[in-house]
Design a protein around this ligand. Structure first.
Ligand code: NAD
Length: 499
């Protein structure tokens, strides 16, 4: 309860209820089996609220509500849909501090990041899709002298959306906004580790949502996620999570021959070319900051720079600065204003990260800094804190090949561009990548050779709503963000009209 009080003291209203039911058909609905589960805050390892434990029965109730709502929502004007998205954005902006605090308590990330990144990105995402649908037009062309061809983009129907815990609100927003904009209705299942912030958002917007267009059923993957992804009543499944789970979701959805989009894991290489040493100090500092982004959001970002590929000529000077800067990251209570890195989202994730630190050591990788749990005190003893960790090794090691999803980065060197590209592409994944160089030729050539859906050049971790984001290889398919996302929630009807 300390956490609840702490979060609430700066707000005009309580941060959250003691217990959340499902949000279905515009109402708070008790789980059919009457079961709830504790939501543990990673800050101190204690439960701070409860969420309904959803099962197939609850999913069926939610699907029924979503189907009923689809009949009218799919027929509403784009102006109305756009207005709703703008209204949601406004309510989020008016309650940004509340949402930032709840997100921090739910997930463990530092409040300064939640405030500066997560919530503003969510708001902008709703505004972006509100604008896109207003500007989107059906196309008409002349077939022959007497016939015109018209393409209509029609909503797919009721869609199932399953999301992870690393950016609970942002991942929810990335999926809700385009689906609602396209005229679909939604049944969403948040991650069991972080069910609360999405329910707080539902509380805030329930009065403006037409009932049933957005339904949220909380619960565990096999109990609530599987019946959603397997249901013959969904027209599409949008999934973000681990590659192994994505494979299961595709199997379930294939029974019903429905489309899926998959936003999966990553092991993003960041390449630091020799020219970074020739540049001015400001640029060199920027490169150091880029590398240290491996610890942003506690390293729980699918595109975290988790592999650093540094040219051998700059390795010593560059890594000395990266290690020094990493050691200066202030770990602590995520709600404290000066905390830069908070808690890992769950005990499972905490244990997984620690186990990879041991794997790295056993594989013979050199620990440049960190390498274990961060033993914090003052009430944080049971929270899930780890030291930001840098390993030096080679790309064949498991710590280079497997997604750790924590503040652990693996560094290696390369001799020339061909070797850098070869190491970068030697991965199952192909989500994000970074290139740091002052050479204009490299800026155009190297990104084209990298197998990844997003290559940042001389910057990192920006996620504007208008830039398509998604994976190559085992990182998935389909794109989040960008107006092309609307077509993941629509199907094309062609009408040939003779007159
Ligand atoms: P996860 O796959 O364990 O869980 C994701 C969601 O799937 C949760 O809601 C979970 O309850 C549900 N789920 C689990 N098993 C299921 C089943 N059998 N049937 C249906 N649903 C099931 O992933 P996670 O640990 O929550 O998230 C971390 C992963 O997400 C990382 O691999 C990360 O890279 C990835 N991620 C990818 C992106 C992207 O845009 N590509 C963004 C964020 C996170």
């Amino acid at each position: 309860l300390d956490i609840v009080q702490e979060a609430t003291s700066a707000l005009k209203r309580p941060a959250f209820k003691e217990r959340y039911e499902h949000f279905i058909g515009g109402e708070w609905v008790k789980p059919v089996r009457g079961e709830y589960f504790d939501n543990i805050s990673p800050i101190d390892g204690k439960p701070f609220t409860q969420a309904a434990r959803g099962t197939k029965e609850d999913i069926d109730v939610a699907l029924e509500a979503a189907h009923k709502a689809f009949r009218t929502w799919s027929k509403t004007s784009v102006a109305m849909r756009s207005k709703l998205l703008l209204d949601i954005a406004q309510i989020m902006e008016d309650n940004a501090e509340l949402l930032a605090r709840v997100e921090t308590i739910d997930n463990g990330k530092a409040l300064r990041e939640t405030r500066a990144a997560d919530i503003p990105l969510c708001i902008d995402h709703f505004r972006y899709f509100a604008g896109c649908i207003r500007a989107d037009e059906s196309t008409m062309s002349e077939h022959d002298e007497f016939t015109v061809s018209i393409n209509l983009q029609e909503p797919l129907g009721v869609v199932g959306q399953i999301i992870p815990w690393n950016f609970p609100l942002l991942m929810a927003t990335w999926k809700m906004a385009p689906a609602l904009a396209a005229g679909c209705t939604v049944v969403m299942k948040p991650a069991e580790q972080t069910p609360t912030s999405i329910m707080v958002l539902m509380e805030l917007i329930q009065d403006i949502l037409p009932p049933g267009i957005l339904n949220v059923v909380t619960g565990f993957g096999p109990e609530a996620g599987k019946p959603l992804a397997s249901s013959p009543r969904v027209a599409k499944v949008a999934f973000t999570g681990e590659t192994t789970t994505g494979r299961l979701i595709m199997q379930y959805a294939s029974e019903n021959l429905i489309p899926v989009t998959m936003e999966l894991g990553g092991k993003s290489p960041n390449i630091f070319m020799p020219s970074i040493a020739d540049a001015d100090d400001e640029f060199f500092d920027k490169c150091v900051e880029g590398a240290v982004m491996f610890a942003l959001n506690q390293g729980e970002i699918c595109t975290c720079p988790s592999r650093l590929l540094v040219h051998e000529s700059v390795y010593d000077r560059f890594m000395e600065r990266v290690v020094e800067r990493t050691k200066s990251i202030k770990l602590g209570h995520p709600l404290a204003e000066d905390t830069m890195m908070g808690a890992q989202a769950s005990n499972d994730q905490f244990q997984k990260i620690l186990s990879y630190m041991e794997i790295g050591k056993q594989e013979g990788a050199e620990v440049l800094c960190g390498g274990g749990p961060a033993n914090l005190n003052s009430g944080l003893e049971n929270g899930y804190y780890v030291q930001p960790t840098i390993f030096h090794g080679n790309n064949k090691m498991r710590i280079f090949q497997e997604e750790i999803f924590g503040p652990v980065v693996s560094v290696t060197t390369f001799k020339d561009t061909a070797e850098a590209i070869s190491i970068a592409n030697d991965s199952l994944y192909g989500l994000g990548a970074g290139l740091w160089t002052r050479d204009a030729h490299e800026i155009y050539q190297i990104p084209r050779a990298i197998e990844a859906g997003r290559v940042w050049v001389n910057c990192y971790h920006a996620y504007p709503a208008h830039a398509p984001f998604g994976g190559y290889k085992k990182s998935g398919f389909g794109r989040e963000t960008h107006k092309m996302m609307l077509n993941h929630y629509r199907q094309t009807k062609n009408m040939l009209i003779s007159y």
